[in-house]
Design a protein around this ligand. Structure first.
Ligand SMILES: Cc1cc2nc3c(=O)[nH]c(=O)nc-3n(C[C@H](O)[C@H](O)[C@H](O)COP(=O)(O)OP(=O)(O)OC[C@H]3O[C@@H](n4cnc5c(N)ncnc54)[C@H](O)[C@@H]3O)c2cc1C
Length: 428
Protein backbone atom coordinates (compact mmCIF):
# COMPACT_ATOMS: atom_id res chain seq x y z
CA UNK A 1 0.00 0.00 0.00
CA UNK A 2 1.28 3.47 -0.80
CA UNK A 3 0.01 6.38 1.26
CA UNK A 4 1.22 9.81 2.15
CA UNK A 5 0.84 12.04 5.22
CA UNK A 6 1.83 15.23 3.41
CA UNK A 7 2.02 16.72 -0.03
CA UNK A 8 5.50 16.97 -1.50
CA UNK A 9 7.11 20.17 -0.18
CA UNK A 10 4.63 20.57 2.71
CA UNK A 11 6.00 21.26 6.21
CA UNK A 12 6.27 17.84 7.73
CA UNK A 13 8.72 15.90 9.82
CA UNK A 14 9.10 12.13 10.16
CA UNK A 15 11.11 10.79 13.10
CA UNK A 16 12.34 7.19 12.82
CA UNK A 17 12.72 5.98 16.40
CA UNK A 18 10.58 6.75 19.45
CA UNK A 19 13.36 6.52 22.02
CA UNK A 20 13.72 9.41 24.48
CA UNK A 21 15.62 11.79 22.13
CA UNK A 22 13.31 11.09 19.17
CA UNK A 23 10.21 11.70 21.32
CA UNK A 24 11.70 14.87 22.86
CA UNK A 25 12.58 16.36 19.45
CA UNK A 26 9.14 15.57 17.99
CA UNK A 27 7.36 17.03 21.01
CA UNK A 28 9.46 20.22 21.10
CA UNK A 29 8.73 20.92 17.42
CA UNK A 30 5.04 20.03 17.57
CA UNK A 31 4.49 22.17 20.68
CA UNK A 32 6.25 25.12 19.00
CA UNK A 33 4.57 24.93 15.58
CA UNK A 34 1.20 23.21 16.11
CA UNK A 35 -0.80 22.73 12.90
CA UNK A 36 1.96 24.40 10.83
CA UNK A 37 4.05 21.24 11.10
CA UNK A 38 2.90 17.64 10.70
CA UNK A 39 4.99 15.35 12.91
CA UNK A 40 5.01 11.54 12.67
CA UNK A 41 7.03 9.14 14.84
CA UNK A 42 7.55 5.65 13.41
CA UNK A 43 8.87 2.92 15.69
CA UNK A 44 7.88 -0.77 15.91
CA UNK A 45 8.78 -0.46 19.63
CA UNK A 46 5.74 1.81 20.14
CA UNK A 47 3.65 -1.41 20.24
CA UNK A 48 5.28 -2.13 23.60
CA UNK A 49 4.87 1.55 24.67
CA UNK A 50 6.96 2.47 27.68
CA UNK A 51 7.42 -1.18 28.78
CA UNK A 52 10.51 -1.48 26.54
CA UNK A 53 12.35 0.81 29.01
CA UNK A 54 11.43 -1.25 32.13
CA UNK A 55 14.15 -1.29 34.77
CA UNK A 56 16.27 1.38 33.06
CA UNK A 57 17.19 4.70 34.66
CA UNK A 58 19.33 7.55 33.39
CA UNK A 59 21.35 10.32 34.99
CA UNK A 60 19.77 13.40 33.41
CA UNK A 61 21.98 16.51 33.67
CA UNK A 62 20.72 20.05 34.35
CA UNK A 63 20.32 20.85 30.63
CA UNK A 64 18.05 17.83 30.13
CA UNK A 65 15.99 18.86 33.14
CA UNK A 66 15.45 22.33 31.61
CA UNK A 67 14.33 20.68 28.36
CA UNK A 68 11.83 18.40 30.12
CA UNK A 69 10.55 21.34 32.20
CA UNK A 70 9.91 23.31 29.01
CA UNK A 71 8.08 20.35 27.44
CA UNK A 72 5.83 20.02 30.54
CA UNK A 73 7.21 16.53 31.24
CA UNK A 74 9.23 17.20 34.40
CA UNK A 75 6.24 17.72 36.71
CA UNK A 76 4.58 14.57 35.32
CA UNK A 77 7.46 12.41 36.51
CA UNK A 78 7.81 13.90 39.99
CA UNK A 79 7.67 10.46 41.64
CA UNK A 80 10.23 8.95 39.28
CA UNK A 81 13.17 11.30 39.71
CA UNK A 82 15.76 11.63 42.43
CA UNK A 83 18.26 14.49 42.74
CA UNK A 84 21.91 13.45 42.99
CA UNK A 85 23.12 15.76 45.76
CA UNK A 86 26.69 14.50 45.96
CA UNK A 87 29.00 11.95 44.43
CA UNK A 88 31.94 9.97 45.74
CA UNK A 89 34.63 8.64 43.39
CA UNK A 90 37.16 5.96 44.38
CA UNK A 91 39.87 3.92 42.66
CA UNK A 92 40.87 0.53 44.08
CA UNK A 93 41.28 -3.20 43.45
CA UNK A 94 38.31 -5.50 43.97
CA UNK A 95 39.94 -7.26 46.93
CA UNK A 96 40.96 -4.04 48.74
CA UNK A 97 39.30 -3.90 52.20
CA UNK A 98 38.39 -0.22 51.76
CA UNK A 99 37.76 1.92 48.71
CA UNK A 100 39.74 5.12 49.37
CA UNK A 101 37.88 8.24 48.25
CA UNK A 102 39.85 10.43 45.85
CA UNK A 103 37.21 12.82 44.68
CA UNK A 104 33.89 14.14 45.95
CA UNK A 105 31.37 16.35 44.19
CA UNK A 106 28.49 18.10 45.90
CA UNK A 107 25.51 20.09 44.70
CA UNK A 108 26.97 23.50 45.56
CA UNK A 109 29.02 23.06 42.37
CA UNK A 110 25.98 23.80 40.25
CA UNK A 111 24.65 26.62 42.44
CA UNK A 112 24.73 29.13 39.59
CA UNK A 113 22.46 27.05 37.35
CA UNK A 114 20.50 30.06 36.08
CA UNK A 115 18.10 27.96 33.99
CA UNK A 116 16.70 26.01 36.92
CA UNK A 117 13.21 26.70 38.25
CA UNK A 118 13.88 28.51 41.54
CA UNK A 119 17.22 29.76 40.18
CA UNK A 120 19.64 30.90 42.86
CA UNK A 121 18.99 27.90 45.11
CA UNK A 122 21.59 25.13 45.15
CA UNK A 123 20.66 22.87 42.23
CA UNK A 124 21.64 19.21 41.95
CA UNK A 125 23.98 18.66 39.02
CA UNK A 126 21.91 15.70 37.84
CA UNK A 127 18.78 13.68 38.58
CA UNK A 128 18.32 9.94 38.24
CA UNK A 129 15.20 9.51 36.14
CA UNK A 130 13.39 6.21 35.60
CA UNK A 131 12.99 5.60 31.90
CA UNK A 132 9.61 3.81 31.91
CA UNK A 133 7.55 6.69 33.43
CA UNK A 134 9.58 9.22 31.39
CA UNK A 135 8.72 7.47 28.11
CA UNK A 136 5.10 7.06 29.24
CA UNK A 137 4.84 10.83 29.87
CA UNK A 138 6.51 11.64 26.54
CA UNK A 139 4.19 9.32 24.57
CA UNK A 140 1.09 10.74 26.33
CA UNK A 141 2.22 14.33 25.63
CA UNK A 142 3.02 13.44 22.00
CA UNK A 143 -0.49 12.01 21.50
CA UNK A 144 -2.08 15.04 23.18
CA UNK A 145 -0.07 17.44 20.98
CA UNK A 146 -1.33 15.76 17.80
CA UNK A 147 1.81 13.84 16.83
CA UNK A 148 1.02 10.78 14.68
CA UNK A 149 2.39 7.64 16.37
CA UNK A 150 3.04 4.82 13.86
CA UNK A 151 4.08 1.49 15.42
CA UNK A 152 6.00 0.54 12.27
CA UNK A 153 9.68 0.68 11.34
CA UNK A 154 11.18 2.70 8.51
CA UNK A 155 13.24 0.73 6.01
CA UNK A 156 14.98 3.59 4.25
CA UNK A 157 14.52 7.22 3.22
CA UNK A 158 14.96 8.50 -0.33
CA UNK A 159 15.28 12.18 -1.17
CA UNK A 160 13.33 13.41 -4.16
CA UNK A 161 12.74 16.87 -5.58
CA UNK A 162 11.87 19.19 -2.67
CA UNK A 163 11.04 16.38 -0.22
CA UNK A 164 12.10 12.99 1.16
CA UNK A 165 10.18 9.69 1.04
CA UNK A 166 10.26 7.42 4.10
CA UNK A 167 9.54 3.82 3.12
CA UNK A 168 7.88 1.94 5.97
CA UNK A 169 8.30 -1.76 6.73
CA UNK A 170 4.69 -2.38 5.64
CA UNK A 171 5.32 -0.73 2.26
CA UNK A 172 3.59 2.59 2.93
CA UNK A 173 5.43 5.76 1.98
CA UNK A 174 5.43 9.00 4.00
CA UNK A 175 6.57 12.22 2.33
CA UNK A 176 8.27 14.83 4.47
CA UNK A 177 10.52 17.88 4.40
CA UNK A 178 12.94 16.19 6.79
CA UNK A 179 13.48 12.68 8.17
CA UNK A 180 15.30 12.27 11.49
CA UNK A 181 17.05 8.94 12.00
CA UNK A 182 16.79 8.37 15.77
CA UNK A 183 16.71 4.60 15.23
CA UNK A 184 19.54 3.58 17.56
CA UNK A 185 23.15 2.46 17.26
CA UNK A 186 22.48 0.04 14.39
CA UNK A 187 20.55 2.66 12.45
CA UNK A 188 19.11 1.24 9.24
CA UNK A 189 18.52 4.74 7.91
CA UNK A 190 22.16 5.70 8.48
CA UNK A 191 23.29 2.61 6.59
CA UNK A 192 20.78 3.11 3.76
CA UNK A 193 22.06 6.70 3.40
CA UNK A 194 25.63 5.29 3.24
CA UNK A 195 26.90 7.47 6.09
CA UNK A 196 30.16 5.97 7.36
CA UNK A 197 30.69 4.87 10.98
CA UNK A 198 33.93 4.80 12.96
CA UNK A 199 33.70 2.49 15.90
CA UNK A 200 34.83 -0.50 17.90
CA UNK A 201 33.54 -2.87 20.57
CA UNK A 202 34.90 -2.62 24.11
CA UNK A 203 35.78 -6.02 25.61
CA UNK A 204 33.34 -5.02 28.38
CA UNK A 205 29.64 -5.31 29.17
CA UNK A 206 27.45 -2.84 31.05
CA UNK A 207 25.37 -4.64 33.69
CA UNK A 208 22.25 -2.76 34.73
CA UNK A 209 20.10 -3.61 37.76
CA UNK A 210 17.83 -1.97 40.32
CA UNK A 211 18.65 -2.73 43.95
CA UNK A 212 16.15 -2.36 46.80
CA UNK A 213 17.71 -1.40 50.17
CA UNK A 214 16.63 -0.66 53.74
CA UNK A 215 18.45 2.60 54.55
CA UNK A 216 18.15 5.93 52.79
CA UNK A 217 20.94 6.72 50.32
CA UNK A 218 20.55 10.45 51.03
CA UNK A 219 20.88 11.27 47.33
CA UNK A 220 24.53 10.21 47.23
CA UNK A 221 25.96 8.51 44.14
CA UNK A 222 29.09 6.33 44.16
CA UNK A 223 31.43 5.50 41.34
CA UNK A 224 34.16 2.95 42.14
CA UNK A 225 36.80 2.54 39.47
CA UNK A 226 37.81 -1.13 39.56
CA UNK A 227 40.18 -2.96 37.22
CA UNK A 228 37.28 -4.60 35.28
CA UNK A 229 35.60 -1.22 34.80
CA UNK A 230 33.61 1.34 36.80
CA UNK A 231 30.88 0.26 39.22
CA UNK A 232 28.28 2.99 39.81
CA UNK A 233 25.52 3.09 42.39
CA UNK A 234 23.03 5.81 41.55
CA UNK A 235 20.19 6.84 43.90
CA UNK A 236 16.59 6.37 42.78
CA UNK A 237 13.38 7.87 44.22
CA UNK A 238 12.05 6.03 47.31
CA UNK A 239 9.93 2.93 46.75
CA UNK A 240 10.29 -0.79 46.16
CA UNK A 241 10.14 -3.76 48.47
CA UNK A 242 12.51 -2.33 51.12
CA UNK A 243 11.54 1.36 50.93
CA UNK A 244 14.61 2.64 49.06
CA UNK A 245 16.17 1.91 45.68
CA UNK A 246 19.35 2.45 43.69
CA UNK A 247 20.32 1.84 40.09
CA UNK A 248 23.51 -0.09 39.44
CA UNK A 249 25.55 0.44 36.28
CA UNK A 250 28.38 -2.03 36.53
CA UNK A 251 31.04 -2.46 33.83
CA UNK A 252 32.87 -5.79 33.70
CA UNK A 253 35.12 -7.65 31.29
CA UNK A 254 32.76 -9.37 28.87
CA UNK A 255 34.37 -12.76 29.46
CA UNK A 256 33.65 -12.54 33.24
CA UNK A 257 29.93 -11.72 32.91
CA UNK A 258 28.49 -15.27 32.57
CA UNK A 259 30.23 -16.35 35.78
CA UNK A 260 29.16 -13.19 37.64
CA UNK A 261 25.52 -13.36 36.62
CA UNK A 262 25.10 -17.10 36.06
CA UNK A 263 24.19 -17.94 39.68
CA UNK A 264 20.98 -17.14 41.51
CA UNK A 265 19.92 -13.88 43.14
CA UNK A 266 22.01 -14.52 46.27
CA UNK A 267 25.22 -14.93 44.22
CA UNK A 268 24.53 -11.79 42.19
CA UNK A 269 23.84 -9.80 45.38
CA UNK A 270 27.06 -11.12 46.94
CA UNK A 271 29.00 -9.80 43.91
CA UNK A 272 27.21 -6.46 44.19
CA UNK A 273 28.11 -6.25 47.90
CA UNK A 274 31.80 -6.92 47.14
CA UNK A 275 31.81 -3.73 45.08
CA UNK A 276 29.20 -1.61 46.88
CA UNK A 277 30.39 0.33 49.92
CA UNK A 278 27.59 2.30 51.56
CA UNK A 279 25.92 0.60 54.46
CA UNK A 280 22.35 0.57 53.23
CA UNK A 281 21.20 -2.39 55.32
CA UNK A 282 19.63 -5.41 53.67
CA UNK A 283 19.66 -5.35 49.88
CA UNK A 284 17.56 -7.24 47.29
CA UNK A 285 17.27 -7.34 43.52
CA UNK A 286 14.35 -5.25 42.27
CA UNK A 287 14.94 -5.43 38.49
CA UNK A 288 17.58 -7.07 36.31
CA UNK A 289 20.43 -7.70 36.08
CA UNK A 290 20.74 -7.34 32.31
CA UNK A 291 24.05 -7.12 30.46
CA UNK A 292 24.62 -4.84 27.45
CA UNK A 293 27.61 -5.07 25.11
CA UNK A 294 29.54 -1.78 25.18
CA UNK A 295 30.86 0.00 22.12
CA UNK A 296 32.24 3.27 20.87
CA UNK A 297 31.08 4.74 17.58
CA UNK A 298 30.53 7.99 15.78
CA UNK A 299 28.99 8.70 12.39
CA UNK A 300 31.30 10.34 9.84
CA UNK A 301 28.59 12.93 9.28
CA UNK A 302 25.40 13.76 11.17
CA UNK A 303 23.46 14.50 7.97
CA UNK A 304 22.64 13.50 4.42
CA UNK A 305 20.19 15.09 1.99
CA UNK A 306 17.04 15.89 4.05
CA UNK A 307 18.19 13.42 6.72
CA UNK A 308 19.57 14.17 10.22
CA UNK A 309 21.04 11.58 12.59
CA UNK A 310 20.08 11.85 16.27
CA UNK A 311 21.06 9.98 19.44
CA UNK A 312 22.78 6.60 19.25
CA UNK A 313 22.30 6.64 15.46
CA UNK A 314 24.92 9.44 15.46
CA UNK A 315 27.13 8.41 18.40
CA UNK A 316 27.56 5.63 20.94
CA UNK A 317 29.78 6.25 23.96
CA UNK A 318 30.86 4.36 27.10
CA UNK A 319 28.25 4.76 29.88
CA UNK A 320 30.85 5.53 32.60
CA UNK A 321 29.96 9.24 32.70
CA UNK A 322 26.22 8.73 31.97
CA UNK A 323 26.35 11.14 29.03
CA UNK A 324 24.96 9.28 25.99
CA UNK A 325 21.36 10.36 26.45
CA UNK A 326 22.41 13.82 27.63
CA UNK A 327 24.37 14.38 24.40
CA UNK A 328 21.35 13.20 22.43
CA UNK A 329 18.99 15.58 24.26
CA UNK A 330 21.32 18.51 23.53
CA UNK A 331 21.31 17.47 19.86
CA UNK A 332 17.50 17.21 19.85
CA UNK A 333 17.32 20.77 21.26
CA UNK A 334 19.85 22.05 18.68
CA UNK A 335 18.00 20.43 15.76
CA UNK A 336 14.64 21.75 17.02
CA UNK A 337 16.20 25.23 17.13
CA UNK A 338 17.62 25.02 13.58
CA UNK A 339 14.29 23.75 12.17
CA UNK A 340 12.36 26.45 14.07
CA UNK A 341 14.59 29.24 12.76
CA UNK A 342 14.02 28.02 9.20
CA UNK A 343 10.24 27.80 9.66
CA UNK A 344 10.09 31.31 11.14
CA UNK A 345 12.00 32.69 8.16
CA UNK A 346 9.73 30.82 5.73
CA UNK A 347 12.64 28.60 4.69
CA UNK A 348 12.69 24.88 3.97
CA UNK A 349 13.06 23.02 7.34
CA UNK A 350 14.85 20.14 5.60
CA UNK A 351 17.18 22.31 3.55
CA UNK A 352 20.99 22.09 3.61
CA UNK A 353 21.39 25.29 5.73
CA UNK A 354 19.34 23.72 8.54
CA UNK A 355 21.32 20.48 8.47
CA UNK A 356 24.65 22.30 8.30
CA UNK A 357 23.68 24.49 11.29
CA UNK A 358 22.71 21.36 13.23
CA UNK A 359 25.96 19.58 12.48
CA UNK A 360 28.04 22.68 13.25
CA UNK A 361 26.30 23.02 16.62
CA UNK A 362 26.80 19.39 17.66
CA UNK A 363 29.75 17.72 16.02
CA UNK A 364 32.61 19.17 18.04
CA UNK A 365 30.86 18.79 21.41
CA UNK A 366 29.98 15.16 20.60
CA UNK A 367 33.49 14.29 19.44
CA UNK A 368 34.98 15.88 22.58
CA UNK A 369 32.65 13.94 24.92
CA UNK A 370 33.16 10.67 23.00
CA UNK A 371 36.96 11.04 23.18
CA UNK A 372 36.85 11.97 26.88
CA UNK A 373 34.74 8.95 27.90
CA UNK A 374 36.89 6.60 25.81
CA UNK A 375 40.06 8.03 27.39
CA UNK A 376 38.67 7.76 30.93
CA UNK A 377 37.68 4.12 30.37
CA UNK A 378 41.18 3.27 29.08
CA UNK A 379 42.82 5.16 31.94
CA UNK A 380 40.76 3.57 34.71
CA UNK A 381 39.89 0.06 33.51
CA UNK A 382 43.30 -1.43 34.25
CA UNK A 383 45.49 -2.37 37.19
CA UNK A 384 48.91 -1.12 36.05
CA UNK A 385 50.55 0.36 39.18
CA UNK A 386 52.23 3.48 37.68
CA UNK A 387 48.98 4.30 35.85
CA UNK A 388 47.01 3.90 39.09
CA UNK A 389 49.40 6.17 40.99
CA UNK A 390 49.27 8.86 38.31
CA UNK A 391 45.47 8.81 38.02
CA UNK A 392 44.98 8.85 41.79
CA UNK A 393 47.34 11.81 42.03
CA UNK A 394 45.26 13.54 39.32
CA UNK A 395 41.96 12.80 41.11
CA UNK A 396 43.38 14.06 44.41
CA UNK A 397 44.53 17.26 42.71
CA UNK A 398 41.09 17.93 41.21
CA UNK A 399 39.54 17.32 44.64
CA UNK A 400 41.69 20.09 46.17
CA UNK A 401 41.01 22.66 43.46
CA UNK A 402 37.46 24.06 43.76
CA UNK A 403 37.67 25.95 40.43
CA UNK A 404 38.65 22.86 38.49
CA UNK A 405 36.05 20.79 40.28
CA UNK A 406 33.33 23.29 39.38
CA UNK A 407 34.54 23.14 35.77
CA UNK A 408 34.01 19.35 35.68
CA UNK A 409 30.62 19.58 37.43
CA UNK A 410 29.37 22.25 35.01
CA UNK A 411 30.71 20.29 32.03
CA UNK A 412 28.89 17.12 33.15
CA UNK A 413 25.75 19.14 33.93
CA UNK A 414 25.75 20.62 30.42
CA UNK A 415 26.06 24.16 31.81
CA UNK A 416 29.26 25.14 29.96
CA UNK A 417 29.66 26.60 26.51
CA UNK A 418 26.90 27.73 24.18
CA UNK A 419 23.83 25.58 24.74
CA UNK A 420 20.63 25.40 22.66
CA UNK A 421 17.78 27.51 24.05
CA UNK A 422 15.72 24.55 25.35
CA UNK A 423 18.73 23.29 27.34
CA UNK A 424 18.95 26.73 29.00
CA UNK A 425 15.28 26.56 29.95
CA UNK A 426 14.19 29.05 27.26
CA UNK A 427 11.38 28.62 24.72
CA UNK A 428 12.26 27.67 21.14
C1 LIG B 1 24.48 0.38 30.45
C2 LIG B 1 24.13 1.72 29.92
C3 LIG B 1 23.83 2.76 30.80
C4 LIG B 1 23.56 4.07 30.33
N1 LIG B 1 23.32 5.08 31.24
C5 LIG B 1 23.13 6.35 30.77
C6 LIG B 1 22.91 7.47 31.68
O1 LIG B 1 22.87 7.32 32.91
N2 LIG B 1 22.75 8.72 31.16
C7 LIG B 1 22.80 8.94 29.81
O2 LIG B 1 22.71 10.12 29.39
N3 LIG B 1 22.96 7.91 28.92
C8 LIG B 1 23.13 6.64 29.36
N4 LIG B 1 23.29 5.60 28.47
C9 LIG B 1 23.17 5.88 27.03
C10 LIG B 1 21.70 5.86 26.58
O3 LIG B 1 21.10 4.62 26.92
C11 LIG B 1 21.60 6.01 25.06
O4 LIG B 1 22.47 7.02 24.59
C12 LIG B 1 20.17 6.41 24.68
O5 LIG B 1 19.26 5.47 25.18
C13 LIG B 1 20.03 6.50 23.16
O6 LIG B 1 18.68 6.67 22.80
P1 LIG B 1 18.24 6.47 21.27
O7 LIG B 1 16.78 6.79 21.24
O8 LIG B 1 19.15 7.21 20.37
O9 LIG B 1 18.46 4.94 20.97
P2 LIG B 1 17.59 3.70 21.48
O10 LIG B 1 17.24 3.88 22.93
O11 LIG B 1 18.32 2.49 21.03
O12 LIG B 1 16.21 3.84 20.68
C14 LIG B 1 16.12 3.61 19.30
C15 LIG B 1 14.66 3.43 18.95
O13 LIG B 1 14.56 3.28 17.54
C16 LIG B 1 13.66 2.23 17.23
N5 LIG B 1 14.03 1.70 15.91
C17 LIG B 1 15.05 0.87 15.59
N6 LIG B 1 15.08 0.65 14.27
C18 LIG B 1 14.06 1.38 13.72
C19 LIG B 1 13.60 1.62 12.40
N7 LIG B 1 14.18 1.05 11.34
N8 LIG B 1 12.54 2.45 12.20
C20 LIG B 1 11.95 3.07 13.26
N9 LIG B 1 12.36 2.89 14.55
C21 LIG B 1 13.39 2.07 14.77
C22 LIG B 1 13.84 1.22 18.37
O14 LIG B 1 12.68 0.41 18.53
C23 LIG B 1 14.06 2.17 19.57
O15 LIG B 1 12.83 2.50 20.21
C24 LIG B 1 23.56 4.31 28.93
C25 LIG B 1 23.82 3.26 28.03
C26 LIG B 1 24.11 1.97 28.52
C27 LIG B 1 24.44 0.86 27.55
Amino acid sequence: MVGSTARAGARSLVVAGGGIPGLALALALKQAHGAALTVTICDPGLKAGNARQRGRAYAVAAGGRHLFERLGIWERIAGARQPITDMVVSDSRLADPIRPVFLTFSQEGAAHDAGAKGAGEPAPFAHMVEAEPLVEALIAAAGAAGIVLEPTGIRRAEPERGAIRAILDDGRVLRASLVVAADGARSRLREAARIGWVGWRYPQSGIVATIAHERDHGGRAYEHFLPGGPFAMLPLAPGGALGHRASIVWTEREADVPALLGGGEAEVLAEVERRFTPNLGRIALEAGPSAHPLAFGIARSFRAERLALLGDAAHVIHPLAGQGLNLALTSAAALAEAVTEALRLGMDPGGPEVLRAYERARRFDTLAMAAATDGLNRLFSNDVLPVRLARDFGLGLVDRMPGLKRFFIDEAAGLRGPQPRLMRGEAL
